[in-house]
Write a protein that binds this ligand. Structure first.
Ligand code: NAD
Length: 257
């Protein structure tokens, strides 16, 4: 029998959506290093499988489109079959497409809401059903600074990330009322150096919106600085933090730069 690892998530079974890339990938590596068993899910099979292989026996990759309820049912069943339970869900997968209000088609609007809102709703619903069976857990929902402020070129994304706040608070309220011992919180980063932001290099006008004029106050940071916050919310160290919004923006919203 393999020896149980020690760490801030020792013994916990965690599931990270969008775990093949960017922040989700960093979460998976950090969680595994802190003793968690990690289920990495994504539509990107190649990178997800490679990451699970890199981590080893404490990781499992599952192909998963978060917009499909049958995928969520399959992923929950496979998680419990493989690791026995679910303690932590990180609703992390997301999409970002810039488009000004007057140019945004209903199709694009719906595409972004389907992944960033419906996918998170399904995750919360199925995670709560599973976690309540084993005495509770923690749900971490990736919102954004765009979930707390308006952004001229991202109306659909901003609306989706605001919706995540309402969902997360409601999950926290519901689980508290039911006595499930399941916490739900949102994380609100500003620019993170990930493929999502790199994909915007063709939109230099947009990139300038996430670049600080003040070199002492960078507006973008590496994924590890977000993963450390996700780790805190996933762990029992945050056991009295529930229904909260945690901003990780180096005071951008406070200072305007
Ligand atoms: P990323 O593009 O590097 O990773 C996102 C992952 O989600 C990808 O692996 C992608 O394949 C996966 N994905 C997309 N649609 C999916 C679906 N339907 N089902 C399953 N997986 C799907 O992005 P990132 O920068 O690491 O972003 C992670 C989260 O952080 C997102 O929710 C994003 O909105 C949020 N966020 C990012 C930034 C930033 O600056 N990068 C800032 C604030 C918030």
């Amino acid at each position: 029998m393999s020896q149980e690892k020690k760490g801030r998530l020792a013994g916990k079974v965690t599931l990270i959506t969008g775990g093949a890339s960017g922040v989700g990938r960093e979460d998976a590596l950090l969680f595994a290093g802190e003793g968690a068993r990690v289920v990495i899910t994504d539509v990107n099979e190649e990178d997800g499988r490679a990451l699970a292989g890199e981590i080893g026996d404490n990781a499992l990759f599952l192909r998963h489109d978060i917009t499909r309820e049958d995928d969520w049912q399959r992923v929950m069943a496979a998680t419990v079959e493989h690791f026995g339970r679910l303690d932590v869900l990180v609703n992390n997968a997301g999409i970002l497409m810039p488009s000004a209000l007057e140019d945004t088609s209903l199709e694009l609007w719906r595409k972004i809401q389907t992944v960033n809102v419906e996918g998170y709703f399904l995750g919360c619903k199925h995670a709560v059903r599973e976690m309540k069976k084993t005495g509770g857990g923690s749900i971490v929902n990736m919102s954004s600074l765009a979930g707390l402020a308006g952004m001229a070129m991202f109306p659909a994304y901003c609306a989706s990330k605001h919706a995540v706040v309402g969902l997360s608070r409601s999950v926290a309220a519901y689980c508290k009322t039911k006595g499930y011992n399941i916490r739900s919180n949102t994380v609100h980063p500003d620019g993170i150096n990930t493929p999502m932001v790199a994909a915007m290099v063709n939109h230099m006008d947009l990139l300038s919106q996430v670049t600080s004029r003040n070199p002492d106050m960078p507006r973008s940071t590496d994924p590890i600085n977000i993963a450390n916050v996700v780790l805190f919310l996933a762990s029992d160290e945050s056991q009295f933090v529930n229904g909260a919004e945690l901003r990780v923006d180096n005071a951008f919203l406070s200072s305007g730069d």
